[in-house]
Ligand binder design. Structure first.
Ligand SMILES: [Zn+2]
Length: 105
């Protein structure tokens, strides 16, 4: 990858209130958009090596199949390999766990 978008954010750099915060507080979903059968989610997930620093994660996926259609993350792993990283999977899992709560508003 020629241009790296690797970076981290501190919580005070992240604007707005999360719609959902995971029970361990490491994954925070800020945006959720349902387009037909697809769901677009924007979130931040805490670095495991640098406490207090979060990666920005965007995913698009089909809940019916669990299949990630698209996504990005600002972590080193995604920037290097371009493959779904643990943050993207965490965001999906936090969404799945809280989906009913989110849908009820
Ligand atoms: Zn990542």
């Amino acid at each position: 990858m020629v241009e790296s978008n690797q970076r981290t954010y501190k919580l005070d750099e992240i604007l707005g209130k999360p719609l959902i915060t995971s029970s361990d507080k490491k994954t925070r979903i800020y945006g959720l958009n349902v387009k037909g059968r697809e769901v677009e989610i924007s979130a931040y997930s805490e670095s495991e090596t640098r406490k207090g620093y979060f990666h920005k994660v965007e995913i698009e996926y089909l809940p019916a199949s669990m299949y990630l259609i698209n996504g990005s993350c600002t972590c080193e792993s995604f920037q290097y390999y371009g493959m779904p990283c643990k943050h993207m999977l965490k965001v999906r899992n936090v969404y799945l766990k809280n989906r009913d709560k989110i849908n009820k508003g």
